[in-house]
Design a protein around this ligand. Structure first.
Ligand SMILES: [Zn+2]
Length: 205
């Protein structure tokens, strides 16, 4: 791509570093920004800087936060005895969007994956074990992806907790709402039968 301006070229190069954005899309976005009122581009640049400089991670659950402790951890309306263990902050957002869960979270920051060189020491597992020891948590809900890495991570944490008095559960896995049974893969269908629920429970949801 030939640019008549080094400044434009640099802007396109920077934007094209973002995941899923090629040079052509980057150019389209940069040209769009050029046509916007100056305040709008300033606001975008300012919010990116602020995200970089001011955004924190909650000292307790590792969720993103504007303060040392996040809104969820300091809320009086949340069940302090219940902690949902998730892989990253997008999972917190997804579960919060359901409005079905009123406990706390613990964000691991990934899954154990020897193939990618991610071991237990790279994740927020020690702080989770400390929370169980110190906060009197009664139940941990494992809500990691149903993959080999997710299962390995669940099992590793479960073993670490073996001497501690805490209940562990995992989110139900099965047929998605609205799915036709004949199109479900056999692992999913098998799990759904294995983890069937009393009919009265299914009517409540
Ligand atoms: Zn928090």
């Amino acid at each position: 791509m030939n640019f008549s301006s080094k400044i434009l070229e640099e802007a396109v190069n920077q934007v094209s570093q973002l995941p899923g954005i090629g040079k052509r899309t980057a150019l389209r976005l940069v040209l769009h920004l050029m046509r916007q009122p100056e305040q709008q581009t300033d606001a975008l640049a300012q919010s990116l800087l602020s995200m970089r400089n001011d955004l924190k991670f909650c000292k307790k659950c590792h969720n993103v936060s504007d303060n040392d402790l996040c809104e969820i951890c300091i809320s009086h309306n949340r069940d302090q005895n219940l902690v949902c263990v998730v892989e990253d902050i997008r999972d917190v957002m997804a579960i919060e969007n359901t409005s079905q869960y009123k406990g706390l979270y613990h964000v691991l920051g990934g899954k154990i994956s020897p193939m990618d060189g991610v071991g237990p020491q790279d994740l927020n597992i020690p702080s989770l074990i400390n929370r169980v020891k110190e906060e009197g948590i009664q139940e941990l809900i494992f809500a990691l992806s149903p993959t080999i890495e997710g299962d390995t991570t669940n099992f590793y944490i479960y073993k670490q907790l073996s001497d501690l008095d805490v209940n562990t559960s995992t989110i139900a896995r099965g047929i998605a709402v609205g799915d036709e049974l004949e199109f479900a893969d056999e692992v999913t269908l098998g799990r759904s039968i294995l983890h069937r629920v009393p009919y009265e429970n299914s009517m409540k949801s």
